[in-house]
Design a protein around this ligand. Structure first.
Ligand SMILES: [Zn+2]
Length: 272
């Protein structure tokens, strides 16, 4: 099966990502990425800002440069809440106009800022205008220095209602607040979720059933298999074992949608 991975990170110069990846047994390099994509039949991948400290439009040069080398890679640039003035908005609009980026991302939890913070509003408006999704980090954070009250998925309800024309993707399905995230997907036409990074804090084999139960619940409660996207969060897991975990979690009849069609449609990737 051909797969679109809707959530990976590729700033190979960002050292702490490389260190974490190594601890998890993953090589964080361009060559390793190419190899894992080939072995796992990855037809496309959304490459997302790795370093959330980088100013808006975060890592745009790196990500766009990588797309020039490999057209299967689709850049997603993040917005830093301290760099949200007119200049930064104009920079993002220019990238959207050139179709150089396929969406934007914010990192609540990693930044002590709610998704409903007004500084982000003009960017949500812009995403709606250009028809690209906004990915929002939701759920647990990597490392205990961050504040997870900001990354609880429920706050996204406010902006989903306020910006109806903008699509919001709950990264990590709000894990462990999966029920709250499922409610948002059910209630709001414009809220989607990706299924990345469920294994990072719980790699033990006996956790696979709990992960499958959570994901099955969300799909069945929302009754919207058209709004869930496969994603890995590579390099924080290697691709193959994670694909297998999510294949077990997603009912087989939804594999084509969740592993390929939904991401292709919502990010307008145009992959065949
Ligand atoms: Zn990620």
């Amino acid at each position: 099966m051909r797969i679109i991975d809707a959530h990976i990170h590729t700033n190979f110069a960002y050292e702490s990502a490389g260190v974490h990846a190594r601890e998890l047994g993953v090589t964080f390099s361009w060559e390793a990425l190419q190899k894992e994509m080939k072995e796992n039949n990855i037809a496309g991948a959304l490459i997302i800002t790795t370093d959330h400290h980088a100013p808006t439009p975060a890592e745009s040069d790196i990500l766009i440069g990588q797309r020039e080398k490999d057209p299967r890679l689709f850049p997603i640039c993040s917005i830093h809440p301290d760099y949200t003035d007119k200049r930064h908005l104009t920079a993002i609009e220019l990238l959207l106009k050139k179709k150089a980026i396929f969406g934007i991302k914010i990192f609540p939890g990693y930044h002590p800022v709610y998704p409903s913070d007004k500084r982000f509003f003009p960017f949500y408006e812009l995403a709606g205008k250009y028809g690209v999704p906004v990915i929002i980090h939701t759920g647990d954070t990597f490392g205990s220095d961050n504040l997870v009250k900001y990354s609880h998925p429920l706050d996204v309800d406010e902006i989903a209602v306020k910006f109806r024309k903008t699509i919001f993707i709950l990264a990590h399905l709000g894990n462990p607040w999966v029920r709250d995230a499922a409610e948002l997907v059910y209630k709001n036409e414009n809220v989607y979720a990706d299924l990345s990074a469920f294994c990072i804090s719980h790699p033990e084999h006996n956790e696979v059933k709990r992960i499958a139960d959570d994901i099955k619940f969300a799909i069945s409660y929302s009754a919207r298999p058209d709004k869930f996207l496969y994603g890995s969060d590579w390099p924080l897991t290697s691709m193959k074992p994670y694909i297998n975990v999510i294949k077990r979690a997603v009912p087989k009849k939804f594999h084509q949608q969740i592993f390929f069609d939904n991401a292709n449609r919502v990010f307008k990737l145009g992959l065949q």
